[in-house]
Ligand binder design. Structure first.
Ligand code: GUN
Length: 283
């Protein structure tokens, strides 16, 4: 079997085209969705992610503003800036790019952003709504993954989904969203013994480790759906995922490539959340 590739870039483009029309409709009603991104310091990877967010916003007609702060910014200064953004009615979505410098408490920052403007879906209130299956801002990468599966009408209900990785941004929430879709979910992580024992049972395998070649065809059940969340930069500057793509595609039924896989979907879901915020659709 050679797996069908789920191209996230093409799907993201389709969704962005639909959102552009939606934004135009909102504009006619006098609503101009706006996203403010805050970047502290000059980490090259973060800068590149932020640039991608700005470009995608522009393509969809969403206004975006980038606030770049020096690495010396204090926690108090950042929290006070966020309080100002919370109270600015022209701003619908606020995103603080992570990771933050060590002297700033990330959790404090996440909890300072108003849950109504939390387009990352990281605020504990929004995490709570996600866990109970209520409508809220869903975290972008997990939401992008579910959207990719649904775009191909792939059944999630009653399937065994195995998630490798337990980060707050991807692993934990994607497992929760799969559970909300009635999958049976197993989490694996760095302390899991005999990883292959679990991956071999996966109908849907989500790989979010952050290391190349963690998974190859020897880990897979015939016909498994493989979602590769990894973005690893190799020494030659090229990007690769966590999965050995050429090996896994021989066994999998569907697989996501890197690049052009989950990455573009993450940004698209961020824009979706910004439109949702502009419509005032959250509790
Ligand atoms: N850094 C890496 N991924 C993300 C993300 O989804 N949101 C934010 N705010 N920072 C990140």
């Amino acid at each position: 079997m050679t797996a069908v590739e789920i191209n996230g870039r093409d799907l993201a483009q389709e969704i962005k085209d639909e959102m552009k029309v939606e934004v135009e409709e909102l504009n006619r009603k006098g609503i101009y969705p706006k996203l403010t991104v805050v970047l502290v310091g000059d980490d090259p990877a973060s800068k590149s992610y932020v640039k991608g967010k700005k470009k995608a916003s522009a393509e969809t007609g969403i206004e975006s503003e980038l606030i770049e702060l020096p690495v010396s910014t204090t926690e108090t200064e950042l929290l006070s800036l966020l309080n100002g953004l919370n109270n600015d009615n022209s701003i619908h979505g606020i995103l603080v790019q992570l990771p933050l410098p060590d002297h700033i408490n990330e959790q404090k920052v996440i909890e300072t952003i108003s849950p109504k403007k939390d387009v990352d879906g990281f605020h504990p209130i929004n995490i709570g709504h996600m866990m109970t299956g209520n409508d809220t801002f869903l975290p972008c990468t997990p939401h992008g993954i579910i959207t990719m599966l649904k775009s191909r009408n792939l059944q999630i209900e009653s399937k065994h989904a195995v998630v490798i990785g337990r980060s707050n941004i991807v692993g934990k929430p994607v497992g929760q969203l799969l559970l909300n879709e009635n999958a049976t979910v197993t989490y694996c992580h760095s302390k899991t013994k005999n990883l292959q024992h679990y991956t071999k049972q996966a109908d849907i395998l989500i790989v979010a480790v952050g290391r190349p070649n963690v998974i190859n065809q020897t880990h897979l059940k015939e016909g498994a759906i493989v979602i590769d969340v990894g973005v690893n930069r190799l020494e030659d500057g090229s990007l690769t995922g966590d999965v050995d793509f050429d090996s896994a595609k021989e066994i999998a039924s569907y697989i996501t490539p890197v690049p052009r896989g989950v990455g573009p979907m993450t940004i698209t879901m961020l824009l979706k959340n910004t439109i949702k915020a502009a419509k005032g659709m959250t509790r």
